[in-house]
Design a binder for this molecule. Structure first.
Ligand SMILES: [Zn+2]
Length: 260
């Protein structure tokens, strides 16, 4: 483990922190790092990135290459088959903004093709250095188009507050645009819910339950791969927890009644 220190130990700063994992990544403030795991091989120093959704490992390339993977842009890298829609949208938007920024720097007042959907990125490193991530990872999701946008995104400017529950990682709310942009995906989910309601003979007024939307919000925070609780777990542990919660609530009311 520790033998990776350089043999010629006369150098004053051999940068031992290189061994740590994802602690000294240059672009780690980039929102894409929320979906990518970064590892440095201690033995040979090779860096690799792992997609948190499909678990594929990629050696070499920068975070922008991973963005292409997550944005499902064909070209330099295999596309991700398991990326959630909102993540794919964010990565796609981020890549567009990088392209816009590059172009606006080179030709400030000229034609800017904001929606170039081809995955060309020859110089990842160059892009990484200059990238200013507009999707602040710890704030609400901002749908901010560069001013050089040629009109397509003009209706989407402005701050979208954290209307949706956070996803697995901090601050990774899906943007409202990403939701609106995918009517088919929403229909798909609605259809699945409806099918479940009908199949289980659940009365439709259960949709009016105040716990319905919080349940969905909680579910979304887990992200892909969440498995519903088992029948057994529901009728034992989870039911016990809930009963306890109700009892505590009643005790609270009782206390208020007696002392208030
Ligand atoms: Zn992937």
């Amino acid at each position: 483990m520790m033998e990776s220190q350089s043999p010629n130990a006369n150098t004053s700063d051999p940068a031992p922190s290189q061994e740590s994992i994802s602690s000294n990544v240059r672009g780690k403030t980039d929102s894409a790092w929320e979906h990518v795991s970064f590892k440095v091989d201690i033995l040979n120093g090779s860096k690799s990135m792992i997609c948190l959704y499909c678990q594929k490992t990629f050696k070499g390339g920068g975070i922008n290459r991973m963005k292409q993977h997550l944005a499902q842009r064909k070209g330099d890298i295999a596309i991700c088959r398991k990326v959630p829609y909102d993540v794919r949208f964010k990565m796609d938007q981020s890549l567009n903004e990088i392209n816009d920024k590059k172009r606006s720097e080179k030709q400030p007042m000229n034609f800017v093709d904001t929606r170039a959907h081809c995955g060309r990125n020859d110089n990842d490193d160059d892009i990484e250095i200059r990238e200013i991530d507009p999707l602040s990872t710890h704030d609400s999701y901002q749908l901010k188009r560069p001013t050089t946008s040629s009109g397509k995104g003009k209706a989407s400017s402005g701050l979208i507050t954290s209307y949706f529950a956070p996803r697995t990682t901090l601050g990774a709310q899906p943007g409202i645009k990403s939701v609106l942009a995918s009517k088919a995906a929403i229909n798909h989910v609605d259809h699945a819910i409806m099918k479940w309601l009908c199949d289980a003979c659940i009365p439709l007024n259960s949709l009016c339950s105040r716990y319905f939307q919080p349940m969905l919000d909680a579910l979304v925070t887990i992200g892909p791969g969440y498995k519903a609780p088992s029948y057994h777990n529901c009728r034992t542990n989870l039911l016990k927890d809930l009963i306890q919660e109700v009892q505590m609530l009643l005790l609270g009311y009782l206390w208020l009644h007696c002392n208030g």
